[in-house]
Design a protein around this ligand. Sequence first.
Ligand SMILES: Cc1cc2nc3c(=O)[nH]c(=O)nc-3n(C[C@H](O)[C@H](O)[C@H](O)COP(=O)(O)O)c2cc1C
Ligand code: SF4
Length: 419
Amino acid sequence: MPVVKVLTEGIGEANLRDIAIYEERGGYVQLRRAFEEMSQREVLDLCDASGLRGRGGAGFPTGRKWSFLPGNDKPRYLVCNCDEAEPGTFKDHMLIEETPHLVLEGMLLGAYGIGSHHAFIYIRGEFKRGYEIFSETVRQARAAGYVGKNLFGTGYDLEVTVHRGAGAYICGEETALLNSLEGKRGEPRLKPPFPAVAGLYGMPTVVNNVETLAYLVPILKRGSQWFASVGTERSKGYKIVSISGHVRKPGNYEVPLGTPVRELLEIAGGLRPGRTLAAIQPGGGSSACIFEEQLDLPYDYESLAKAGSMLGSGAVVVMDDTTDFVKAAYNLVRFYAHESCGQCTPCREGGHWLATVLERFVQGRGLQSDIEMLHKVSAEITGLNLCPLGDSIEPFLASVLKRFPEQFEARVLKETVPA
Ligand SMILES: Cc1cc2nc3c(=O)[nH]c(=O)nc-3n(C[C@H](O)[C@H](O)[C@H](O)COP(=O)(O)O)c2cc1C
Ligand code: SF4
């Protein structure tokens, strides 16, 4: 089995929330080394050479994102995205709850690498426990001299702010997150300008996911080549995959990118006894399903995109033959319709209408003409929105409509009421 322990090392064995234990196990050594022995440019180059790509969803190369920051003398900010609300994703929650100092060390390394003196972490509103744990983590790190003024006697000041969101899925989108952090309504901004040029408070900003930043620590420790030598040609390194649904051992598993989907299923204990596989959503609520005949696909960004789906944030939702795909589609579409910020007509209106029509099917009152309409509306919503939320409504629905048409047909109202 290809399960590894890189970020997950020590989880379940020791209380890594205690800074003394984290330090005993080599914690904050890389931060000290970076400040004392490496230039900011060297940290950035190391990150770039490792091939690390963003683990928040889009998979954008991290080093390249950092290099977009303009070379001016404006203050620049690093923002750690811990909104984690993608249906099926629960890896960042685990990292914050179980190994928060690793996340903080990664944030501090990232901030140093981009030359920032102020890092923020935006924690999902509902995740109160995460907010409390991380606030305590920063308090411990400050007392130990890893946060604040004149770090390691180098004259470099680095402040950290822990911010609790107010509970909106859209605030995970980086520009909505920045608006929310500024105290504004959490809705996506028009791009350009991109955050690298005008982000938080109009200043150059990098937004990175919790897992992305945490990987900086082992990359610094073991070198860029160690990370780059694992995975596939373009999807390098390791990834924590949240596996849930109809498996016997749901949970977070850390694996090399490129591990076949079939092995992920096995790692999670396989299907429940007597059941057969119906579908897998490989990259969170926004991804199209893949099916039995695609189980040998390597779990990497390119292979899944080529198969018409995506890796996204690494949430693998397994559905067996007991799944009601009409209900599942309704559930997801209703979620997106509810979470739409309302700025774009296709997302706002289309999501609402799809949810209304699907609700009819769930109640066994679908119309034959609705099936055609579901295809049409879902296809027409896509590609016309300001942010990817609007484009996330269609993939799951379209894939299950195509694969399981009989489940929708069976919910068409057979008799009409006479006028
Ligand atoms: C609707 C929506 C929700 C998102 N939610 C998250 C989230 O919870 N966490 C996250 O890291 N990225 C999320 N993203 C992606 C962010 O916009 C951004 O790409 C990411 O934080 C960048 O970090 P990375 O490069 O390290 O992946 C979301 C995007 C969209 C469109
Ligand atoms: S796509 Fe939807 S969530 Fe995104 S900006 Fe438009 S209305 Fe808001």
